[in-house]
Design a protein around this ligand. Structure first.
Ligand code: BYC
Length: 477
């Protein structure tokens, strides 16, 4: 294992791919299928652009990336694992204390493959969801950022496909092919998890997605980075370095939209949402409805509140908790309990359940705490403009389709309601067709003059990699 990536190979890697001819041939066989998928489902109309992208050149925490113009089909997608940690052990579950597995433990083959496939499936899904957005970008800076996110999601697919090819033989190869065949939102062959079949129709949705949904990626990858299956742990560790930028794009993207709206409202001394729309910016209640939607569908991604799958993954040592090795407990959880909310007699009540079965809920709670901190930062833009409004996370039971709250009708403040009463207020809580039409009306064309930004978003504070805001982040050919 080297920390420097070998770019001499057709597939850049730091796993000595050249020494394993069979694996190399299998991946070289998958590569054209991947390029075909990118050509069909990657960002629309982007193939000839020169994009100022970062490319991973090493797995060292310092200086792992190189910045330069690349045509996206020439991006060096490859296989990069974080360095091995000598003497690493399985750190939780019944196998705690045994040496970490360098090969797939036979008895856990099936759940492990399932986790890797589920993770892998989200990556191309998000590229598919975002493929049209380049046509309505608010600036060259933002266009470059969405392309950066897209190529790195493509690389994350490579990361999971490497594991499938290297460790799961024929069925791994079949799963790798299927990852290129499912399509986000397809009726017959959809992506595996709900949120990855929802459309991302505009840039507000994109920023909400990268803030909320990419952050699920962070929490899931962090749990998998604790895995006793060492190649998965090391793969996810390196993926996390790339993921950080995606959440930055989301948080600052929503933050810049909120800032622009707040500034425009303060300058015009207007608070009525309908009149705010006349200023050509997105009114805060619409931003709140988008937030409610993306937050709730992302909470579903953590799985059922009480899950035997989650207990199995943990007990076997395949998927840990967030920051597992930093938690002070026995890391086995045989006797521990955790509080999980549910609906009983028309009310939300708390129930103590075995902690092992509540690991999805625990991860969801860790996630919620981090998300709240981001929303607080958005609210500072509104407070600075002196406006009496703040964005709020809805109750975690609101608009849920997976787990204890599926089939229940819970308001954003956490009251159980009848179906009819809930639907009567739906348009106050979730984006309506009119909201989507308005947001899209602002994004009818793209803004591509260097240093120019669409009216509905504030410029960022700084450019990319020390470049100025008038830098030509994307060159059209
Ligand atoms: N939609 O016990 P349950 C990312 C299924 S994002 C549809 O509730 P479990 C990224 C579940 O599969 C991170 N189906 O859940 C972000 C199961 O099906 P089967 C992605 C769902 O298994 C942005 C059944 O319901 N990584 O990286 O404990 C851009 C009952 O399962 C959903 C991972 O998710 C849903 N929302 O946990 C790009 C990590 N939720 O078995 C990338 C790997 C559950 O009955 N995945 N189901 O057919 C896992 O660890 C687990 O699969 C889950 C679900 C946490 C997702």
């Amino acid at each position: 294992m080297t920390s420097t990536v070998d770019y001499g190979d057709r597939i850049p890697n730091n796993v000595d791919l050249g020494r394993d001819r069979v694996l190399q041939r299998a991946l070289e066989h998958w590569q054209p299928a991947y390029m075909g998928w990118w050509s069909d489902m990657g960002p629309t109309g982007s193939h000839a652009h020169d994009v100022y992208l970062r490319t991973a050149i090493s797995v060292d925490p310092e200086g792992w990336a190189h910045f330069g113009y690349v045509k996206m089909p020439d991006y060096r997608w490859g296989i990069f694992l974080a360095p091995t940690v000598a003497g690493r052990e399985v750190n939780f579950g019944v196998n705690k204390g045994r040496p970490a597995w360098q090969d797939v433990p036979g008895e856990y083959r099936s759940p492990l493959r399932r986790i890797i496939v589920t993770q892998g499936d989200t990556e191309p899904a998000s590229v598919e969801q975002q493929r049209m957005l380049g046509m309505s970008c608010p600036s060259l800076y933002d266009l470059r950022n969405i392309y950066q996110v897209n190529v790195e999601e493509g690389r994350h697919l490579w990361a999971m496909v490497y594991l499938l090819h290297r460790y799961f033989g024929r069925d791994g190869r079949e799963e790798a092919e299927a990852l290129l065949e499912r399509r986000s939102g397809d009726e017959d062959n959809p992506r595996i998890l709900g949120a990855f079949n929802e459309p991302t129709p505009d840039w507000l949705a994109f920023y909400m997605f990268t803030f909320f949904t990419d952050r699920d990626g962070k929490f899931q990858l962090s749990s998998l980075a604790e895995s006793g299956f060492d190649p998965l742990a090391r793969t996810c560790r390196f993926m996390l370095t790339e993921e950080a930028h995606h959440m930055f794009v989301g948080e600052t993207g929503v933050g810049r939209i909120v800032q622009r709206t707040a500034d425009a409202m303060a300058a015009a001394k207007i608070e009525d949402p309908d009149h705010v729309r006349d200023l050509g910016v997105i009114d805060l209640p619409t931003i709140q409805r988008y937030l409610n939607f993306h937050y709730s569908v992302t909470l579903d991604l953590f799985g059922s509140d009480v899950s035997s799958n989650a207990a199995t993954y943990f007990t076997c040592g395949l998927k840990g908790r967030f920051g597992e090795t930093k938690i002070q407990d026995d890391h086995v959880l045989a006797d521990a309990t955790y509080t999980v909310p549910e609906v009983a007699d028309g009310k939300l009540v708390d129930r103590e359940v075995p902690a092992l079965s509540a690991l999805n809920e625990r991860l969801r709670d860790d996630y919620i705490a981090e998300v709240q901190a981001g929303v607080d930062r958005w609210n500072r833009h509104i407070a600075r403009a002196g406006l009496p409004f703040s964005l709020k996370l809805p109750h975690k039971a609101f608009h849920r389709a997976i787990g204890n709250f599926a089939g229940h009708y819970i308001s954003p403040s956490g009251e159980a309601m009848s179906k009819d009463a809930w639907h009567a207020r739906r348009s106050q809580w979730l984006p309506t067709a009119k909201d989507y039409a308005f947001v899209q009306s602002l994004m009818a064309g793209r803004v591509v003059e260097p240093a120019k930004f669409a009216n509905w978003i504030a410029p960022p504070r700084t450019g990319i990699n020390g470049r100025s805001l008038d830098f030509e982040y994307v060159r059209f050919n």
